[in-house]
Design a protein around this ligand. Structure first.
Ligand SMILES: [Zn+2]
Length: 217
């Protein structure tokens, strides 16, 4: 899942106005921001196996530190705690922690059973929506659209840049999503790691959007 997580990030602004959209994006996508780093370090593993599901050629063979339920709970607590340490805002810290956690539950809907509950061997889960291309598009598109509409209802542009920067990002995200769905499989795990790290640009983009929009009280 990709844009669905960012849909959750957009929704964060509805529940607390104090953090930047960039911070909500970072929380919602946190474990997919750490994952490419661990891939490049060889700590977590992915294999390219076209046909493993209808949607993605990636076989997530080993990613206990970023994508086990226990791992994500620990990341969620860490993320919320660190935010609280700097900003002293209890409510926003909780929302950010829940956004980190939301990633695992959104992944649970789409992934084939490859998400570990605890790091190491043992039960792996996934409801397998990725076995249907159309169902994945509908559900993930819906989550993204709901999140975006909550964000639009919660904020308004300070000047025109506030709308253009947002529109540009939405078009960009949808374009990446579609090209991931219909494009050729990636060359290697290393290539996935490198492209994955480029997601930080999306986070920066969201910080820029936030500077140009203001939240309704
Ligand atoms: Zn993920």
């Amino acid at each position: 899942m990709f844009i669905g997580h960012l849909g959750a990030g957009f929704a964060g602004k509805k529940f607390s106005k104090t953090a930047s959209l960039g911070t909500y994006f970072m929380a919602a996508q946190w474990i997919d921001l750490v994952w490419p780093i661990l891939l490049l370090l060889g700590i977590e593993k992915v294999e390219i196996k076209p046909g493993v599901s209808a949607v993605t050629p990636l076989d997530f063979s080993y990613y206990p530190f970023t994508h086990s339920l226990i791992g994500v709970i620990i990341w969620a607590i860490l993320f919320g705690t660190i935010y609280y340490f700097f900003k002293k805002n209890y409510k926003t810290s909780i929302i950010l922690g829940l956004l980190v956690l939301s990633h695992w539950f959104l992944d649970l809907i789409v992934h084939i059973p490859d998400l570990p509950i605890i790091p190491g061997e043992g039960l792996k889960v996934g409801l397998g929506l990725w076995n249907s291309f159309v169902a994945t598009l509908i559900v993930e598109g819906f989550v993204f659209a709901v999140g975006l509409s909550l964000y639009l209802k919660s904020t308004k542009a300070k000047k025109r840049t506030g709308n253009y920067s947002l529109l540009g990002l939405v078009v960009f995200l949808v374009a990446i999503y579609i090209s991931n769905l219909i494009g050729p499989p990636p060359e290697s795990a290393e290539a996935i790691g490198i492209v994955g790290n480029a997601q930080w640009l999306i986070i920066l983009w969201a910080y820029w959007i936030d500077k140009n929009r203001k939240a309704y009280d």
